[in-house]
Ligand binder design. Structure first.
Ligand code: ADE
Length: 247
């Protein structure tokens, strides 16, 4: 055989709570894709890389203060075990760059990702400096560990992989892909408790429907997300027809 089979997209998770995976990723779109071999996941227990008989992965912070810090030597050994894997190493932390649809798309276009989940107060800075690690946050709030953030990241990436979504579930029109928040959706019944569906949606006039949806998306984005709105207006002024593309 000349042509090699294309490698499937692979998430490698480094965690002290391996039992948290696949968790919700074993269900719905991602779960079906996992079962069908459209993507793969390996979960490594960081504790397996500890050297002492207590299998300790953390210790008290130098300089004092509350909480525990994950040890550089243990995390380094865990990262060394995945260094031959293709794709970036991402450390989930509230100090990281914000996860957005552009980064999700970049990861989905690559071969996979290794995700380092921290617990406790964080990870010894020296191992983060010594290894090429991208720091990524899923939002301006603090989770009790990186695992739920890793699950959110994997979910967002996997749904973009070929074969995961049906044709009818195209991502092209949804929030962030256009640079706008999505327009509202309606289905039957047309009259629900006296609340009627906007008339244009039952008109059968596709161009009017398209314009109404764009107008709603613009109105909602301007109202709720001045940051996205400013970027959208700037792009529109430059004559770019599709937002959400820039890194
Ligand atoms: N770990 C704890 N909080 C987090 C956040 N907001 N994003 C990514 N990782 C985290």
């Amino acid at each position: 055989m000349g042509a090699e089979a294309a490698e499937i997209w692979r998430a490698t998770v480094l965690t002290v709570f391996p039992e948290m995976f696949p968790g919700p990723l074993g269900m719905s779109l991602a779960g079906r894709g996992l079962e069908r071999g459209l993507w793969a996941m390996d979960v490594l227990d960081i504790r397996d890389f500890a050297r002492d008989k207590h299998r300790s992965v953390d210790d008290e912070p130098f300089g004092g203060g509350p909480g525990m810090v994950m040890r550089a030597d243990v995390v380094d050994a865990a990262l060394a075990s995945v260094e031959d894997r293709p794709g970036p190493v991402v450390y989930l932390t509230p100090r990281g760059r914000a996860l957005d649809q552009a980064l999700v798309r970049r990861l989905a276009e690559g071969p996979g990702v290794s995700l380092l989940c921290g617990r406790y107060e964080g990870i010894d800075q020296r191992v983060l400096d010594a290894r090429d690690v991208e720091e990524v946050s899923v939002g301006d709030y603090v989770l009790s560990g990186g695992e739920p953030a890793a699950i959110a990241l994997i979910d967002a990436v996997v749904r973009l992989l070929p074969g995961i979504m049906g044709n009818e579930e195209s991502p092209a029109e949804e929030s962030f892909e256009t640079g706008l928040l999505e327009h509202p959706h309606y289905t039957r019944p047309a009259d629900w408790q006296g609340r009627l569906v906007p008339e244009v949606l039952t008109s059968g006039h596709h161009e009017m429907v398209r314009r109404w949806r764009l107008g709603e998306a613009e109105r909602i984005t301007e109202q709720r997300r001045p940051d996205l709105w400013a970027r959208y207006v700037k792009r529109k002024g430059r004559g770019e027809d599709r937002g959400g593309q820039e890194e």
